[in-house]
Design a protein around this ligand. Structure first.
Ligand code: BES
Ligand code: ZN
Ligand code: ZN
Length: 510
């Protein structure tokens, strides 16, 4: 999708549709909003007529189409809800709603009248950014396997209008950055949505190689032979049951500033999680192709870092394996030795994410000595129960890092919620016969015992763990409760929030 910034009023441009935001009026106030005067003028009274007929009410998610009598396309009136509860997330949702409403209806170009989406306290650049984000993200559909597709909006213009024309330079910069970032999210979704027969660990390695080539990054792929030499017993054990062998993939982006710090991002890349010998029930097992979402988000973050030239050096690590039952699969009771020398007692082969991450985390901490480590993983069903389908769980041993991620979360609209990590959780993951165990006998604090397990592999490095089991993908049932910029399937969760953190934390002098 193309996104441009236009100094003119959206109503004066030649487009298939011009979208305006409409705020909900306080109850009993039936008067026609002054903000719609220009729309009504070009529509020769049709907007006011629709208002009087109560077709337009400004409710969130409401879209009304009015055709311009002069034949110059249509007006899209997009409900924004009450003005006093409106924010950047509201803009993002409204833009996505508009783009979705136009899908398959012959509109290729749409202009957003920026001032109509603005309210007190929302800077013009923030509105422009959110419009871009929502429009690009909302346009996505996974179409790789469709033989027929519906056309949608191809070009979006952020129309400033006279009163905002002086902000043009700043808006252009913000829009360009957000456009790059949102396009990377779509790219990430396309890979995360691939089924497991296609997106094997080796295929993910190929994606990493192609990305490295395109952006001049360094890439290293450790195959099963190399992993054995390196004593990566965790990732080898988990991948042992599949005919698609495991891979540990390392991508390095050198950083945009000389004296920048190094941030490692590590992702869980289970290309399919059947549970292994501790096999999962059949219901919804198909969605376990999304168990690679953490590793694919790492790919996306590296792509965004390189595209936007973020200040810190970034090392991306993808821990990729397929978890299947077979005669060569690892089993409950096995003990494996990991890269950093620590041993794991495997009690449940379905708690495999933490087992592959143990090698990835141990490796990156020892070999790259990062200033910070952030891991992303669809790690526990307990995370979904605790925080739902939209919010990621954040566990961290470092308040500054945690605060930085929460700030980026507020900016980008990818919700995160911090959870505690205590000695109680650490005690629970101790094993009788090895250093740690991957599962415990009582079903308590599953998200936090998983985090306590991971902590063993980061040492004292400032570390943040993002359990994205809930928000990584939507299903037919959860989709209808999600904002319009989320699609069915993988949503690329984590790319925007972590990239934002990489940019903003450097600006803050870290
Ligand atoms: N991949 C799953 C976690 C998951 C569940 C992700 C639902 C997305 C949606 C993970 O490997 C898993 O199976 N975890 C177990 C751990 C348990 C056996 C200790 C879980 O959460 O039940
Ligand atoms: Zn599992
Ligand atoms: Zn899993």
């Amino acid at each position: 999708m193309k996104v441009i910034v236009d100094r003119r009023d959206g109503l004066a441009t030649v487009v298939d549709a011009c979208a305006s935001g409409v705020f909900e009026r306080p109850e009993k106030d039936e008067s026609f909003p002054r903000g719609l005067a220009k729309e009504d003028e070009v529509a020769k009274g049709l907007v006011k007529a629709a208002w009087d007929r109560k077709e337009i009410r400004g409710k969130r998610g409401e879209v009304t189409v009015v055709h311009r009598p002069d034949g110059r396309g249509r007006l899209l009136l997009v409900g924004l809800g009450p003005r006093n509860r409106f924010d950047a997330e509201g803009v993002r949702r409204a833009a996505a709603t508009a783009v979705k409403a136009l899908k398959g209806r012959g509109a290729r170009t749409v202009a957003f009248r920026l001032p109509s989406f603005q309210t007190e306290g929302l800077p013009t650049e923030t509105v422009a950014r959110a419009l871009t984000d929502g429009a690009v993200l909302g346009s996505y559909e996974f179409v790789k396997y469709k033989t027929k597709t519906e056309g949608g909006v191809e070009e979006v213009s952020v129309a400033l209008g006279e009163e905002h024309a002086r902000d043009e330079a700043g808006v252009k910069k913000a829009v360009a950055e957000q456009h790059d970032l949102a396009e990377t999210v779509l790219w990430t979704r396309d890979i995360a949505n691939l089924p497991a027969d296609t997106a094997t660990p080796e295929r993910l390695a190929e994606e990493a190689r192609a990305l490295a080539k395109e952006f001049g990054l360094k890439v290293t792929v450790f195959d099963e032979t190399k992993l054995a030499e390196m004593h990566c017993g965790g990732i080898l054990a988990v991948g042992g049951g599949s005919s698609h062998p495991p891979r540990l993939i390392v991508l390095e982006y050198p950083g945009g500033s000389k004296r920048g710090r190094t941030v490692a991002v590590v992702g869980k890349g289970i290309t399919f999680d059947s549970g292994g010998i501790s096999i999962k029930p059949a219901l919804n097992m198909a969605s376990m192709k999304f168990d690679k979402s953490g590793a694919v988000a790492v790919l996306g973050i590296l792509r965004a870092a390189a595209t936007l030239k973020v200040p810190p050096r970034v090392v991306g690590v993808m821990c990729c394996a397929e978890n299947l039952p077979s005669g060569t699969a690892y089993r409950p009771g096995d003990v494996v030795r990991t890269y950093n020398g620590k041993t794991i007692e495997v009690l449940n082969t379905d708690a495999e994410g933490r087992v592959v991450l143990s090698d990835g985390l141990g490796y990156v901490v020892a070999q790259h000595r990062p200033d910070e480590v952030i891991d992303l993983a669809t790690l526990t069903g307990a995370e979904v129960v605790a925080l739902g389908d939209d919010t990621g769980g954040l566990v961290s041993n470092d308040d500054r890092l945690a605060q930085g991620l929460l700030a980026a979360s507020a900016t980008t609209g990818e919700p995160l919620w911090r959870m505690p990590l205590t000695d109680y959780h650490r005690e629970l993951v101790k094993s009788d016969i090895a250093d740690v165990r991957n599962s415990i006998e009582i079903p308590v604090a599953g998200m936090l015992t998983a985090a306590a397990f991971l902590e063993n592999f980061v040492g004292t490095t400032p570390w943040a763990h993002l359990d994205i089991a809930g928000p990584a993908y939507t299903t037919l049932t959860t989709k209808k409760y999600q904002p319009a910029y989320q699609n069915l399937g993988a949503v690329g969760f984590g790319v925007r929030v972590v990239t934002r953190y990489l940019i903003d934390s450097a600006r803050a002098g870290a």
